[in-house]
Structures are given as C-alpha cells and as structure tokens.
Design a protein around this ligand. Structure first.
Ligand code: HEM
Ligand code: HEM
Length: 187
C-alpha cells in the first residue's frame, strides 16, 4: 500500500500566505459581512492585491510547480491524473491537470468579482447594471469553491495523500531543523 510518508511536498510560503489570505477574503465577503459595507470593499481589494502578488511571484522568483508556466496544463497532465486516480498512487508534487485549470478559473472569477464590485460603484457601471454582473460572479465563485473543496477531498481520498497538509507550514521540516539543535543541547 502506498505510504503517506512518500509525500513531503509543500507549497512555498508566499503561495500559502496568498492562498489563505484570498480564501479568508472570499469567505468574509461571500458569507460574513454585509454587501456594500466599507470592509466588504477593502476585503475585495485585498483579494485582488494578493492574487496580483501571487501572479508576479509566479513570473519571477517562484520555483518549480509554483511558477505560472508550470500551471499551464498539458495532455500528459490529464493522462497522468487519470492513471494516478485509477491506480491510487500517492500524490506527486504540484497540481493535476484539472487542478491547474481550477487555479486559473478561481483567480479569474475572484478578479472578475472584485472588478465588477468596484465597477458597479461607478456612474457607467451603475448605468450598465454591473450590480447584476457582480451577483453572477459571486454565484460562479461559490460553485468553484464547492468544486475546489470536493476535488480536494476526493483526490486526497483516492490517492491516500493529505493535500491540505501541503498548503500548511511543513512541521516535519521544522522538526528536522530543530532535531540537531536539541541534540547539541543534550551533548
Ligand atoms: C472577493 C471579492 C468580492 C466578493 C466575493 C463579493 C461578494 C459579494 C456578495 C455575495 C454580494 C451580495 C450580492 C447580493 O446578494 O445582492 C455583494 C454585494 C456587493 N458588493 Fe461585493 N464582493 C467582492 C468585492 C467587492 C468590491 C471590491 C466592491 C466595491 C469596491 C464590492 C461592492 C459591493 C456592493 C456595493 C454590493 C451591494 C450590491 C447590491 O446590493 O446591489 N464588492 N458582494
Ligand atoms: C474558500 C475559498 C478558497 C479559495 C478561493 C481557494 C483558492 C485556491 C487557489 C487559487 C489555489 C491555487 C493556489 C496557488 O497556486 O497559488 C488553491 C489551492 C489549494 N487550496 Fe484552496 N481555496 C479556498 C479554500 C480552501 C480551503 C478551505 C482549503 C482546505 C480545506 C483549501 C486547500 C487548498 C489546497 C490543499 C490547495 C493545493 C491543491 C494541490 O495540492 O493541488 N482551499 N486554492
């Protein structure tokens, strides 16, 4: 049976920070605050800024699977995904093909939601009925979030790998760094 220990991959700190920041902003604006409140607007702009930061990171200093080029899905990614889910092999680093598509869909929908939220507050946006666009975007976003969480749970179960742990700080890495220091103290 595949071992969970075969999955030491973690997303880098900036990917984790922007992910949880964007997720918190979406949860706040979709389900916690009142539409049109000042902090609703600020959370929307914060989500936009964090996605902007993530995109610049993906184009500049990010390594390996976090680079934007690595997020463009290929036919091989989808074939590999089908085989991995069928054979239940442990998750390999990075996203599956459908995961890569989902990342772009989430980013674009969040940007469109925040953009239409801003636009409906302008004179032209008001005349064009941009409040309807904002509403449609929020429905699309809720659908994508539901799909995101379902796909994560399904993939984690099929591949017997905890994908959520890869979006959290690496505890094992910290322990490994701390171990020599504590051994030194005992010697
Ligand atoms: C992540 C970004 C955002 C999300 C998820 C979001 C979500 C929502 C939701 C769920 C509603 C209630 C829709 C309804 O039931 O009518 C709403 C309304 C509203 N949002 Fe946003 N929003 C975001 C960004 C923004 C931004 C950046 C602004 C303005 C700068 C904004 C301004 C408004 C306004 C004025 C309303 C009230 C619209 C109305 O009642 O007709 N939103 N938003
Ligand atoms: C509620 C709003 C959420 C949004 C908008 C969202 C959005 C995203 C986006 C855009 C990515 C790609 C990250 C990147 O490459 O920078 C991602 C990945 C990921 N998200 Fe979320 N997320 C949300 C909630 C959650 C929650 C609640 C969890 C955990 C329970 C979660 C776990 C993950 C994981 C584990 C990945 C990496 C998947 C993989 O390893 O292939 N997300 N999410």
């Amino acid at each position: 049976m595949p071992s969970k220990k075969a999955d030491p991959f973690h997303w880098d700190s900036l990917v984790r920070l922007t992910h949880w920041g964007v997720a918190a902003a979406c949860v706040g604006n979709l389900w916690l605050n009142e539409a049109g409140e000042e902090w609703h607007e600020w959370l929307g702009y914060t989500a936009m800024t964090l996605i902007g930061l993530r995109l610049v990171w993906g184009l500049s200093f990010a390594k390996g699977h976090a680079r934007l080029r690595a997020l463009i899905p290929s036919r091989a990614d989808f074939r590999q995904q089908a085989v991995a889910l069928h054979e239940r092999t442990p998750a390999t680093p990075g996203h599956h093909g459908s995961g890569k598509l989902a990342v772009w869909a989430l980013w674009l929908t969040i940007l469109a939601t925040a953009g239409s939220g801003w636009f409906q507050n302008t004179e032209l946006g008001f005349e064009l009925g941009a409040d309807d666009w904002h509403l449609w975007c929020t429905w699309a976003l809720q659908g994508l979030i539901a799909l995101h969480l379902t796909a994560l749970a399904f993939t984690s179960w099929r591949q017997r790998s905890n994908l959520v742990a890869r979006m959290l700080p690496s505890v094992r890495g910290k322990r490994a760094q701390q171990a020599p220091a504590s051994q030194d103290q005992h010697s």
